[in-house]
Design a protein around this ligand. Structure first.
Ligand SMILES: *[C@@H]1O[C@H](CO)[C@@H](O)[C@H](O)[C@H]1NC(C)=O
Ligand SMILES: *[C@@H]1O[C@H](CO)[C@@H](O)[C@H](O)[C@H]1NC(C)=O
Ligand SMILES: *[C@@H]1O[C@H](CO)[C@@H](O)[C@H](O)[C@H]1NC(C)=O
Ligand SMILES: *[C@@H]1O[C@H](CO)[C@@H](O)[C@H](O)[C@H]1NC(C)=O
Ligand SMILES: *[C@@H]1O[C@H](CO)[C@@H](O)[C@H](O)[C@H]1NC(C)=O
Ligand SMILES: *[C@@H]1O[C@H](CO)[C@@H](O)[C@H](O)[C@H]1NC(C)=O
Ligand SMILES: *[C@@H]1O[C@H](CO)[C@@H](O)[C@H](O)[C@H]1NC(C)=O
Length: 520
């Protein structure tokens, strides 16, 4: 009787153990993963969707300007002394408009950014501060002409003297407000034929930094106004419903799957997300590189995995930009298609370490780099007397990702804009200046999740911790049940069929059984 019962219990507990093993090793994870996917995928009832449509908090958009403090000396050929002024802090709000859904699990949208000056975060700095910076648009126009039709450069310079107000040299004295957003008025009024040519060319190309003035014949030049005025896109992004690890990947931008301006299938690849959303990280296959697509520079960039690190008591993966991303072709052959044309006679068709030629992207001879030429060639630093000092903590780009949800705990993206200051003998403004790459300003775009979301994440991790405990508890209970019922079976067998093998039984089953044996 007892034997039959314990055998049944034993069979049941073995069944329980099998179920527990399956649940613990696979089932629980499946259920949890499904639940996470449901909340992070881009479906209009998911937790993430509303936050994705309208970012719940603004990003910090910080601008640092390089004020030139020895203009007179630079005009005589001396090395520049720069003074970094900043940050001028703007709040950047982001909103998306959904245009529709694509066939391959994609969502199509436009992205709208809006900027507001944050006087408090900017400390004592105001938008009325006056700075002296390299004259970006003047040099851009002049260098373009100098590279394409060097014989015309004198005539064009005469026209530019009319176009730009009070053009004494290659430097611009300007209020921060006008340089960033409000704009500097450039007049097309005048009977100079070359001026008509210049204005016609600008009207035709209409680079993002120029906007037509209303009610008069001219333009406004400003660095960021276009970002505040217009939407970008359309973007087509993976929604992560079919494959959660594809979530956030941009598939096309402006209807194109490859950025055409680099003239190369590899360099034109659109990789990664728009840096607002990332896929959860598969702990069994942690990506070594994390890509983001940057429409402002027409390419994807990446940060490299450094290590797993705690941030806000949440364990996160830390990624940081490395030398290879903006490496010269000699150091990273993959970058060869980013350097299509000589920007200076000294170099072999490619830029130095740490630089990206934006000519193909923006139609202007602008050069992007990390701030202070961090991770760039030493040669770039030699051009300055002082004011340029690259530092990893201040000038890198990095991101902390919560692996479970893909949420960015904290991240910053930094980029500097430069233009060549070139000695051109026939141009009075440039006849004595030193030749070198001159920085104008650098940007930092970043965010750190607020305390409330940190707490939400910690709570959900705690919950996952409980699930983990429950998993092991279930397994333990099942193992104990199996052992206990095995004991019961064995004991029943011992009672029925003693004295066979009494030694081994007593060895396995311990003192109580041994005593029973002895008693007999
Ligand atoms: C939710 O998304 C689906 C497409 O997946 C769409 O057909 C539906 O209209 C959306 N619902 C709402 C309420 O927007
Ligand atoms: C920038 O430098 C100029 C001197 O070249 C100086 O007059 C001006 O006050 C500086 N601007 C700021 C905001 O410090
Ligand atoms: C969807 O994906 C398939 C296979 O990757 C591809 O051939 C097809 O062009 C894609 N369709 C669209 C509209 O992108
Ligand atoms: C951005 O544009 C809005 C109007 O759309 C304007 O109110 C705001 O002042 C602009 N931001 C900046 C920094 O100029
Ligand atoms: C794009 O991503 C693929 C796959 O991850 C990678 O092999 C390739 O190098 C990336 N392309 C660029 C231009 O970074
Ligand atoms: C992190 O955890 C430690 C100990 O568990 C605690 O003392 C500390 O306050 C926590 N920090 C945050 C930011 O929650
Ligand atoms: C770049 O300039 C160098 C030296 O002037 C020249 O040898 C080289 O062919 C040029 N490369 C291209 C792609 O124009």
């Amino acid at each position: 009787m007892l034997g039959k019962h314990s055998k049944l219990i034993f069979a049941v507990s073995i069944g329980f153990l099998v179920v527990a093993i399956i649940m613990a090793s696979w089932g629980f994870q499946k259920v949890v993963d499904k639940q996470i996917q449901k909340s992070v995928q881009l479906e209009n009832d998911s937790l993430m969707f509303d936050k994705w449509l309208k970012l719940p908090m603004p990003l910090d958009f910080k601008v640092y300007v390089f004020n030139v403090t020895n203009v007179e000396e630079v005009n005589k050929g001396e090395k520049p002394i720069l003074e970094e002024i900043g940050p001028y802090v703007y709040k950047q709000y982001r909103e998306r408009t959904v245009l529709g859904y694509g066939p391959n699990d994609t969502i199509k949208y436009m992205l709208r950014k809006r900027f507001e000056f944050d006087a408090e975060a900017s400390g004592g700095l105001t938008e009325d501060d006056e700075v002296t910076v390299i004259h970006f648009s003047y040099l851009a126009a002049l260098l373009t002409v100098h590279d394409m039709m060097p014989s015309l450069v004198g005539v064009i310079n005469k026209a530019l003297e009319q176009f730009f107000p009070s053009l004494e040299d290659a430097f611009l004295r300007v209020k921060v407000r006008d340089l960033f957003f409000d704009g500097i008025y450039l007049s097309c009024d005048g009977d100079n034929a070359a001026l008509g040519l210049v204005c016609g060319k600008i009207k035709g190309d209409l680079p993002p930094t120029m906007r037509m003035a209303e009610g008069s014949n001219g333009f406004y030049f400003s660095m960021f106004s276009h970002m505040n005025r217009s939407e970008t896109g359309p973007y087509e992004m993976n929604r992560g419903r079919d494959n959660i690890y594809e979530l956030g990947n941009i598939v096309t931008y402006k209807g194109q799957g490859i950025m055409p301006m680099w003239g190369d299938k590899y360099c034109g690849q659109i990789n990664g997300s728009d840096s607002s959303i990332f896929a959860p990280i598969n702990e069994a296959n942690v990506p070594q590189k994390l890509y983001t697509f940057e429409p402002d520079i027409c390419r994807s960039l990446y940060v490299d995995l450094v290590e797993k690190r705690e941030l806000f008591n949440i364990s996160a993966y830390y990624y940081e930009i490395s030398e290879s991303a903006l490496a010269a072709k000699s150091a990273n052959h993959d970058n060869k298609c980013f350097c299509r044309k000589n920007w200076s006679a000294n170099h072999d068709g490619c830029l130095l370490m740490g630089l990206l030629n934006l000519m193909p992207c923006q139609g202007a001879p602008a050069i992007a780099s990390l701030p202070h030429f961090y991770l760039g060639s030493e040669e770039l630093l030699e051009f300055f007397q002082s004011g340029i000092a690259p530092q990893r903590e201040k000038h890198n780009s990095h991101v902390y990702i919560d692996p479970t949800t893909g949420v960015v705990l904290s991240g910053v993206k930094r980029l500097q804009f430069n233009i060549e200051l070139r000695k051109i003998d026939t141009i009075p403004q440039l006849s004595s200046v030193p030749t070198g790459l001159f920085p104008m300003l650098w940007l930092e775009e970043g965010a750190t999740i607020p305390d409330s979301i940190q707490q939400e994440l910690r709570d959900s991790h705690k919950l996952l911790g409980y699930v983990e405990v429950a998993r092991w508890l279930l397994l333990t209970v099942a193992v104990i049940a199996v052992i206990a019922s095995a004991v019961a079976v064995a004991r029943a067998n011992a009672l029925l069929s003693w004295p066979r093998n009494s030694n081994s039984v007593s060895f396995i089953l311990g003192p109580s059984v041994t005593q029973v044996n002895k008693g007999n």
